[in-house]
Design a protein around this ligand. Sequence first.
Ligand SMILES: NC(=O)c1ccc[n+]([C@@H]2O[C@H](COP(=O)([O-])OP(=O)(O)OC[C@H]3O[C@@H](n4cnc5c(N)ncnc54)[C@H](O)[C@@H]3O)[C@@H](O)[C@H]2O)c1
Length: 402
Amino acid sequence: MPTVGILGAGAMGAGIAQVAATAGWDVRLIDVDPATATAAITGIEKRIERSVAKGRMTCEQGKTLMQRLHASVMTDLNNCDLFIEAIVEDLNIKVAAMTPAIEVLPESAIIATNTSSLSVSELGERIGQPARTCGMHFFNPAPIMKLVEVVRGKSTDDALLDRVADIAASWGKQVARCADTPGFIVNRVARPYYLEAFRCLEDGVADPATIDDAMRSIGGFRMGPFELTDFIGHDVNTATTRSVWEQWDRPSRLSPSATQERLVSDGTLGKKSGCGVYDWSGDSPVCVLRPPQDGRTASDGLSGPASEFCLKATIDSDSAAKASDAQRIVFTRILLAVLNEAAWAAHDGVAEPADIDIAMRAGVNYPRGPFAWSQDIGESVVSETLRALDDSVDDGRFSPPG
Ligand SMILES: NC(=O)c1ccc[n+]([C@@H]2O[C@H](COP(=O)([O-])OP(=O)(O)OC[C@H]3O[C@@H](n4cnc5c(N)ncnc54)[C@H](O)[C@@H]3O)[C@@H](O)[C@H]2O)c1
């Protein structure tokens, strides 16, 4: 039976263990705190029992799956085909924790890290295994989220990456390959979905509920940017923005939102603190963040281009026809900011357009991949509307690459 060793039994390690065991792999789950690994396996057992109760798997299948999960120690890694590191996001701690594992692993074992923001290449160098180290970036919760970003370090062996992509696919995941760059694909290309929404609010174009509604109804997004950031937590979301923005040399496109950072400093982190952009304490969320009274008018003159863009870009022409002027402008600004970021990511060598499309659909449930969407809209409409947006701002954030 193929065997995977997983280091770190927290949210991600436990989720990945469940995915691997479900796919028929033997799992050795290790944590610095052995009780955490045991608790993770108990947690998986509860989820499996619920699946059995719902008829999603038989009792026999559930039992067989559980027999593949072992709370383990380092010496149990001696017959692993794959090793996945999923411990705290700190390079020094990862290096220190992985070094004893490497001494035990077979030389043929693939070494993968689930890091979201550290350099896979640097980690590979630091543990002395640059050719056989890659990124396997799962999304949370791993058993539910369909995407794995397979990250190529500077020296990662190509054949090894093919094997990793095959393994992830055999675990039921969609694979997007990418280079070892800050934010990989999803955590970079998704940034303007949140950031441009905050800018629309700061410009006084619309209030958050209207902006969320525009993205859901005209764009077919499952959640609007404000309700989504309330779910993610503004502390987590701004930390990712800051990290990606800094590491990409602070482009205006990815510049953090002062309004969102104020939410964090005020302790209004979103759903987990009871309040963020919305107040979540009642039966249904109530929007509490208002546009400024003295909003700038950066969107003046955009009604015409936005109407035309909406007709081509909407996934629901009835909604686009019924939408207000402000909603069409909001949708145009946010969607084009995302499409432009995807173009920049491809230009910067992050990934091929096809992989970016897979990542945004499977990783954050976008209704279409950015490149497929641009193609459906038509390149000339995209570039003309982008030019109109670029003319309306003074920070160059809508400038296309090239
Ligand atoms: N949570 C997410 O949404 C998410 C998504 C994708 C990737 N990631 C990445 O996955 C990794 C783990 O994140 P998480 O959310 O599961 O964290 P977590 O805090 O839930 O779990 C980390 C686990 O690592 C264990 N640990 C710490 N030091 C250790 C050591 N020296 N040896 C063995 N175990 C050790 C801890 O006891 C803990 O159980 C991070 O690199 C993170 O960036 C997280």
